[in-house]
Design a protein around this ligand. Structure first.
Ligand code: FNR
Length: 210
């Protein structure tokens, strides 16, 4: 039996407050086994029917990394073109990936074909497979921060292209491409808020009572 005291709860709260999406990484390499350790923690996450549908691809190959970066650049250029005026000017100033600097690259997929869990919980909501993978990524994000490691989620990518670059099974659905490394700075406010793109709102704005 494990008990968590007030001091632990306070630290846990701080972990949530100080977790960031990181796009600016220091050059220092990650310690040996750091990504494997984060994956191991992620695998403790809840999953629909205990299906554990997460699939992780550690991307070390320089040519594959370069191809991912090229895809990001193409998608980000398209995204910039979808804005106009002041919003476009502001978008152009944002740094939206640390792909070039991050010592670790990790792609995460959901295996839509796995029968693990025997379909429990998925019959009416097949998308719970993807939700389970996102739950695992969130756990990894927090576990990383607890070790001083930053994680940045990149979604400005073409899923089909990532599939081809990484040569993974067709039944795997692309969920996330994660940059992993030591952050240049620590902050308790989202970078998009600091850049005046959007501001974080409080719980009262998202809660209804019925
Ligand atoms: C599903 C998903 C996808 C993305 C993100 C997040 C999530 C959950 N975020 C990070 C996002 O911008 C960030 O979480 C918010 O701005 C809040 O900041 P903090 O995470 O609190 O630092 C993100 N950030 C970025 O710079 N490029 C990206 O492509 C994405 N994509």
């Amino acid at each position: 039996m494990v008990e968590f005291d007030d001091t632990f709860r306070q630290h846990l709260r701080e972990l949530f407050v100080w977790r960031r999406d990181v796009r600016r990484f220091r050059a220092d390499p990650l310690p040996d086994g750091a990504i494997d350790r984060l994956i191991e923690t992620a695998c403790l996450s809840p999953s629909v029917g205990l299906s554990q549908p997460w699939r992780f691809v550690i991307v070390d190959d320089a040519a594959r990394r370069r191809a991912v970066i090229d895809d990001f650049k193409a998608c980000n250029a398209d995204a910039l073109n979808s804005y106009a005026g002041e919003r476009a000017a502001r978008y152009a100033t944002l740094k939206l990936s640390g792909l070039e600097q991050a010592p670790g690259h990790l792609a995460v997929f959901a295996d839509k074909a796995s029968d693990t869990g025997h379909g429990l919980g998925r019959a009416t909501m097949p998308e719970t497979t993807e939700y389970s993978v996102v739950a695992a990524i969130t756990a990894m994000w927090l576990a990383a921060r607890a070790e001083g490691i930053g994680l940045g989620w990149v979604s400005i990518l073409h899923p089909d292209r990532i599939h081809a670059i990484l040569d993974v099974p067709d039944t795997w659905k692309f969920i996330a491409y994660l940059c992993i490394g030591y952050p240049e700075v620590e902050c308790d406010r989202p970078e998009l808020e600091q850049a005046k793109w959007e501001q974080r709102r409080g719980a009262e704005e998202f809660t209804l009572q019925r």
